[in-house]
Design a protein around this ligand. Structure first.
Ligand SMILES: [Zn+2]
Length: 473
């Protein structure tokens, strides 16, 4: 699905209906229909991989901290079968690769496909189009994958890891409505991994190689943190979950004293920061057309953009519009304005459409970005807009559009919905529907600004509440 869908997905872009074409600076990269941003469960841990093989059979065993259902995908050229484990994390960032001498399988690979949402992927590189089956044992915590009917019996799982140290202290420090620091006392051998989950907002920290010997601290009433939970998540992993009252950025630091892990949380004000809103097309460039005569993209996106401006300004965010009326603006002038003003964010607003032979057949929101500072912003926006509009989240896609490519700040192009689709189109045609899209865009902007405190610098930036690698791989 992932690979076969690329050509099809590219056709969905309004550019290929001949209308956004000027924005397309290079050939489209492979897009991904299946990439969506959804609320996820707390990720399970993949504890171990073990395997046994014969000449013509293979059995791979995965042991997980919590049950997960693998989703199977079969690819033909090259022959390959992979299984995605949603809401699952590996204990190492490195892909584990096992070359095999088997007649059917040349290699097995286990890697973290995406961080947010956390998806682990087990790949079977096949020498020939062989069937790969999976069965679940131990209530879904053990997964057995078999090729050629399996080989050499069931692999034995490694014995559970033992904690080498303990968490003996925990405390909340420097608490306010905007910031807080959680400190833990734990031996230096413990490795710490932190990540952000939304709906509700929380930071999760896995302390690996540690036993839990402390109670969670009680945060102050009305502070940034509403609750802290600590559990022995697996035999040697303590999971610390910090529930938040507002979106925030975070950074983990290691010290040498008794409280040697510090999780710093800072929520920024959206107020006073500058956002460029760029309604697409305009003047002689109408953009794509709708499901009924007379409905054109340039009019719809201008109205949505002006609504976004009103909502953001009411919350104290400063807004500059690239156009506030039906004017034609050269593409390159749009990012140039954002750079000249030193804006915090850039949002280009568009509507999508399918080519004539597939008119009206697709619905949903898509996000495009290009620069390295932008994929997290794209994920936050996709989630905010699709949730508010109650439309399918059709993924974030890397694409070299002039308007996002030229911006020095995080920049995205929002494809709100499909103007040629009866449902999406009717929404985009109505004042209430446009207001809904505008609310979603404004909500995404504010969430991102709050989670990106300028004072936290690059550490927080690399730890933002969103995806780093959603469309990679
Ligand atoms: Zn457009």
């Amino acid at each position: 699905m992932r690979f076969q869908s690329a050509a099809r997905a590219a056709r969905s872009w309004c550019a290929l209906a001949g209308l956004c074409l000027a924005a397309l600076a290079t050939a489209p990269a492979a897009a991904d229909d299946s990439a969506t941003t959804k609320p996820i469960d707390q990720p399970a841990l993949v504890e171990s991989l073990s395997y046994r093989q014969t000449d013509s059979g293979l059995t791979v065993r995965l042991d997980l901290s919590h049950p997960r259902d693998p989703q199977k995908t079969v690819l033909r050229e090259p022959a390959k079968v992979y299984f995605d484990l949603r809401a699952a994390r590996l204990r190492s960032d490195q892909t584990q690769s096992y070359p095999l001498s088997n007649k059917l399988v040349s290699a097995v690979r286990l890697g973290q496909f995406t961080d947010s949402p956390a998806v682990a992927r087990l790949v079977f590189d096949l020498r020939t189009a062989a069937e790969v089956t999976v069965t679940q044992e131990d209530g879904g915590r053990t997964l057995l994958f078999k090729v050629g009917g399996g080989g050499g019996g069931t692999p034995v799982a490694p014995s559970p890891r033992q904690p080498a140290t303990s968490i003996t202290k925990s405390a909340m420090q420097a608490e306010s409505a905007q910031s807080a620091t959680l400190t833990l006392g734990v031996g230096a051998s413990a490795a710490v991994k932190a990540f952000y989950l939304t709906q509700p907002d929380r930071v999760v920290m896995d302390v690996e190689g540690a036993a839990l010997r402390a109670e969670p601290p009680t945060p102050a009433a009305d502070g940034l943190v509403s609750a802290v939970h600590m559990t022995q998540f697996s035999p040697d992993v303590v999971r610390v979950t910090v529930d938040l009252r507002r979106p925030c950025g975070y950074a983990v630091t290691r010290g040498t004293g008794e409280t040697n892990v510090a999780l710093r949380l800072v929520s920024a004000e959206a107020k006073g920061r500058l956002v460029i809103i760029d309604p697409g097309h305009g003047g002689k460039d109408p953009g794509c057309s709708g499901y009924k005569p007379g409905l054109v993209e340039k009019t719809v996106v201008l109205d949505i953009g002006l609504r976004v401006q009103r909502i953001l300004e009411a919350k104290g965010v400063r807004v500059s519009m690239t156009r506030a009326d039906d004017t034609f603006i050269v593409l390159g002038d749009r990012p140039a304005l954002a750079n000249k003003l030193g804006a915090d964010l850039f949002v280009s607003i568009h509507c999508n459409a399918m080519p004539d032979d597939m008119k009206g057949q697709r619905s949903g929101t898509e996000l495009y970005y290009y620069t390295p500072q932008s994929p997290d912003f794209a994920s936050v926006m996709l989630q905010a807009v699709s949730a508010e509009a109650k439309l399918p989240a059709r993924g974030t896609h890397e694409r070299a559009f002039v308007v996002v490519k030229g911006c020095s700040m995080p920049s995205v192009l929002v494809e709100t919905g499909y103007l040629d689709h009866a449902g999406d189109g009717a929404m985009l045609d109505s004042p209430a529907g446009r207001e809904t899209f505008a609310r979603g865009i404004a909500a995404g902007v504010i969430r991102y600004l709050q989670a990106r405190p300028p004072t936290m610098g690059t550490t927080a930036a690399s730890n933002a509440p969103a995806s780093r690698a959603e469309n990679k791989g």
